[in-house]
Design a protein around this ligand. Structure first.
Ligand SMILES: [Zn+2]
Ligand SMILES: [Zn+2]
Length: 195
């Protein structure tokens, strides 16, 4: 049989040498059937797993916007159900592993997790949310509580929304100041002028 064998409906796979329906080939001009090609690329991926992951990460970082958009508009409507199902199974089968990973992540990224919670709280009251760098807030404070004017030790430190979220203040850099935990909680949802 000639390797060039091809009809309208069938094609010869150059790898497994089986004649298969065109549905079993990808739309590109590839001469291997889908299952041969997938097995081949899977093997190649697994042989260079670290490199592959790195490349994948780089590609994602460089094309974040397009990839996310494509996912939203194309993949999600098409594969969303399948993916959710896969995710549920994965969660069910890897509970312990996920719990461990989460607690490690929380331990290593305390400030990030705290910020996540703060943003969550801010969203709940429909506050405007901006970019926040706590490092900058602390640097600006110069070690002094903006409410009482005394030095703040690290273990007493807290960050306050000058105009409380509940009164229309934004969760953003310019609405944040460093305080003592005590000063912060006694201010509560008041404005500075109401103290
Ligand atoms: Zn094949
Ligand atoms: Zn204070």
């Amino acid at each position: 049989m000639s390797a060039d064998f091809q009809t309208q409906e069938e094609r010869l796979c150059s790898k497994c040498s089986k004649i298969k329906s065109l549905f079993e080939f990808s739309k590109s001009k590839r001469r291997q059937c889908k299952s041969c090609y997938n097995a081949h690329s899977k093997a190649r991926r697994e042989a260079n797993l670290e490199q592959y992951k790195k490349k994948q990460r780089e590609r994602y970082q460089n094309n974040k916007v397009e990839i996310r958009q494509k996912f939203r508009e194309v993949y999600y409507p098409k594969y969303g159900d399948k993916q959710r199902e896969w995710q549920r199974t994965y969660i069910k089968e890897n509970r312990d592993r996920i719990a461990l990973r989460n607690s490690n992540y929380r331990r290593n990224n305390r400030e990030r997790c705290r910020e996540y919670c703060r943003r969550y709280d801010a969203r709940k009251v429909n506050a405007t949310i901006g970019k926040v760098s706590y490092e900058e807030v602390v640097k600006k404070a110069n070690g002094i509580c903006y409410l009482c004017g005394w030095i703040v030790l690290p273990e007493e430190m807290s960050i306050d929304h000058v105009i409380p979220l509940s009164r229309g203040g934004a969760h953003s850099q310019d609405n944040l100041e460093m305080t003592h935990k005590n000063c912060n909680s006694s201010k509560g949802s008041k404005l500075v002028s109401e103290l």
